[in-house]
Write a protein that binds this ligand. Structure first.
Ligand code: CAA
Length: 284
């Protein structure tokens, strides 16, 4: 059971679309919001194709898939958040942009509405500080690809209330996920552990120790990872990987978190991984 019957997901990219899908599958009404109609339509198309795959695999019948899809409504205006129970933000990993959006939402939404951020590493306490409801602000960090990955890392800000933390744990379970609650600290847990490994794999390529294929195969066959760290970096997005390394580096002030120069250079070149069809691998 969840008290959140209607939510807005902000950002219709790969994370936002995935979050909207798993919420709709759980029977929750979703407004999928983005700046432009074409972005929202792209997110809806991703959800539709995932649902069609589930139908073709016999996990869902077609009427159920249609019902799920009908629960996701497009939205291009932040004002549409006025009547939802919860907003889950999954927009670009930029503090200023997120701050601006949360300041606007704080004016639009009644005080009882809870705000969750899917940020991969920006401080929850700092984001909450841009609103007048820090007790109703929490991190809800989904993993990519959202429909497949079991975890939701639930991050409590300094002021998050117990009631809100418990309700988000409940909601995550209703969405078919396994929530694990942690406190707000740079990178939380998932990315504090995962991202230095990915960065180290990039150093191994940068220093000429091995090709991307060799590094990935070693980790797949030698450590039983489902995909190698460089393929995973491409899936996550190299801009996101760099942003997370910068948060760890700034947050801990420890040189062990310095982002690899090759990662910086790829991002400067616009090679962001799968989404730009070029990263450590080509996806044309
Ligand atoms: N969306 C929806 N479903 C997807 C998908 C996607 N993007 N990618 C794969 N799937 C589905 C496939 O359709 C397939 O489903 P079926 O049961 O219908 O066949 C299933 O997942 C398995 O896919 P594949 O057979 O194609 O390939 P696989 O067995 O290698 O699994 C994978 C793919 C699930 C991505 C797997 O390689 C994996 O677990 N990789 C690691 C992912 C990971 O570590 N994610 C966390 C990243 S960190 C993060 O997200 C946090 C952050 O802040 C950066």
């Amino acid at each position: 059971m969840t008290k959140y019957n209607s939510i807005m997901v902000l950002g219709a990219g790969q994370m936002g679309a995935g979050i909207a899908q798993v919420a709709a599958q759980a029977g929750i009404k979703v407004k999928l919001n983005d700046l432009k109609e074409e972005f929202v339509n792209k997110g809806l198309a991703t959800i539709k194709s995932n649902l069609q795959r589930s139908v073709s695999k016999g996990r869902m019948d077609s009427s159920e898939a249609e019902e799920v899809l009908s629960r996701v409504r497009p939205s291009m205006a932040l004002d549409d958040a006025a009547d939802v129970d919860l907003v889950i933000e999954a927009i670009v990993e930029n503090l200023d942009i997120k701050a601006n959006v949360f300041q606007q939402l704080d004016q639009i939404c009644p005080p009882k509405v809870v705000f969750a951020s899917n940020t991969s590493s920006l401080p929850i306490t700092q984001l909450a500080g841009f609103t007048n409801r820090p007790d109703k602000f929490i991190g809800m960090h989904f993993m990519n690809p959202v429909p497949v990955m079991k975890l939701v890392e639930v991050i409590r800000g300094l002021a998050t209330s117990d009631a809100v933390a418990e309700s988000i744990v409940e909601l995550s379970k209703v969405m078919g996920k396994v929530p694990v609650t942690v406190n707000d600290y740079p990178g939380f847990v998932a990315n504090r552990v995962l991202m230095p490994m990915i960065n180290e794999a990039i150093y191994a390529v940068f220093e000429g120790v091995g090709t991307p294929e060799a590094v990935d195969e070693i980790m797949r066959l030698g450590a039983n990872h489902p995909m190698g760290p460089l393929a995973l970096a491409d899936l996550i997005g190299l801009d996101t990987c760099l942003a997370i390394m910068n948060v760890l580096h700034d947050g801990f002030g420890d040189s062990k978190y310095r982002p690899c120069p090759l990662l910086k250079q790829y991002v400067q070149a616009g090679w962001m991984g799968k989404k730009t069809k070029k990263g450590f691998y080509n996806y044309e």
